[in-house]
Design a protein around this ligand. Structure first.
Ligand code: NAP
Length: 337
């Protein structure tokens, strides 16, 4: 396979940042990976570009994982097993499973990105992480030039984290995800403990929420609070929610009584990064062409014409103001290329 030369990457990142790839190849079938000599080249594996900050031109090879296809691979008394190609759109895939009558992914509706990227940062929303519906994945091993299967344990999932992130997977990593199998239990229970979702159902006066109704509620809430990347370029949540020890959380709560904090299984507390950013004065504030969204301060947006340098400048200013106000370090969620 021959890669294209000097390709514009602006259409391939949802922050719409400028940058060109010296070489670019769209992978639409696993056989292309075997047919292309990739081992020695500096490479970046691209999915939907929805969690990416492009800091300039890339002098290596961009491998755009565009593999399509979705199907029921197995059904037993307890669950449906659904496989999808890494390049399938995540929000479209979720809708498709629901239309087939296979519930379980409804809380993850409308998260931008691809199926192949979902396990990498173990996407999560409204009390559900994708690892809870994950069965296995197939990945191309660049070194040994074979497809390998990884189960849930092998992927080492954690909060917004996995083996793939831990090993700096995107840049010269050893593996590229080709397809993912999800396990959707037949025993379905709604997950409605997040306030936004609970309120949505209270407003709808729906006694018995269905998976499709929950998906519709998630979509409605997200559309209300989050910018559409097609209109306002962004990369979703820009910072991780910081997790601090109990003493640190108590000290902060005594100074800021409305501080939202959520107890974690290890006894520490998760803080809401969006709340910290808002309190630090950044909700709706801009620095040059980059600012924090006016309805959800956790989302960094490109108001037009921004570069990766502009993004880094605003990111640093937000981090510095949050640190000054709360002594908490914010770390960015997207990958920087
Ligand atoms: P929100 O409801 O305003 O809540 C703010 C933060 O508090 C969230 O980050 C959430 O943590 C946490 N939180 C709220 N209720 C909680 C509860 N009952 N138990 C534990 N933690 C709770 O947040 P939002 O910005 O509108 O986002 C809503 C959901 O969509 C969140 O789950 C968020 O993570 C998710 N989301 C995901 C992506 C992504 O994966 N790329 C992008 C945007 C939003 P968690 O983030 O840990 O849930």
């Amino acid at each position: 396979m021959t890669p294209q030369q000097d390709v514009d990457l602006a259409p391939f990142n949802t922050l719409a940042l400028p940058g060109r790839a010296a070489r670019y190849l769209a992978i639409t079938a696993p056989g292309q990976l075997a047919a292309t000599e990739l081992a020695g080249s500096r490479r970046f594996v691209l999915g939907g570009g929805s969690n990416l900050v492009l800091t300039g031109d890339f002098d290596g090879l961009v491998l755009h994982m565009a593999l399509q296809g979705k199907r029921l691979v197995k059904e037993d008394s307890e669950a449906y097993y659904i496989e999808a190609g890494a390049g399938e759109s995540w929000p479209d895939f979720v809708q498709w499973t629901l239309r087939q009558g296979w519930p379980g992914l409804e809380n993850l509706s409308l998260i931008p990105g691809t199926v192949g990227a979902a396990p990498i940062q173990n996407i999560g929303a409204y009390g559900l992480e994708v690892s809870e519906r994950f069965h296995s994945l197939s990945a191309w091993d660049f070194k040994n030039r074979v497809l390998i299967d990884l189960d849930r344990e092998a992927c080492r999932f954690a909060y917004r984290d996995s083996l793939f992130k831990q090993q700096g997977w995107h840049l010269n990593g050893q593996l590229a995800i080709v397809s993912v199998v999800f396990r959707l239990p037949k025993a379905w229970t709604p997950i409605l403990r997040y306030a936004d979702l609970a309120q949505e159902f209270a407003a709808r006066q729906s006694a018995a929420p269905t998976p499709l109704a929950i998906a519709a509620a998630v979509v409605a809430v997200r559309r209300r609070k989050l910018p559409d990347p097609a209109q306002t370029p962004n990369a979703g949540s820009f910072f991780h929610n910081p997790v601090v020890d109990a003493a640190g959380a108590d000290a902060l709560a005594s100074r800021h009584p409305t501080l939202p904090r959520y107890l974690q299984p290890d006894g520490r507390y998760k803080l809401a990064a969006g709340w910290l950013i808002e309190q630090a004065g950044w909700k709706g504030k801009k620095l040059g062409p980059v600012g924090m969204y006016e309805k959800q301060a956790l989302v960094l947006v490109n108001h037009g014409g921004a570069t990766g340098t502009d993004v880094k400048r605003t990111m640093a200013a937000v981090q510095s103001d949050v640190k000054a106000a709360f002594a908490v370090e914010l770390t960015p969620e997207p990958i920087f290329l």
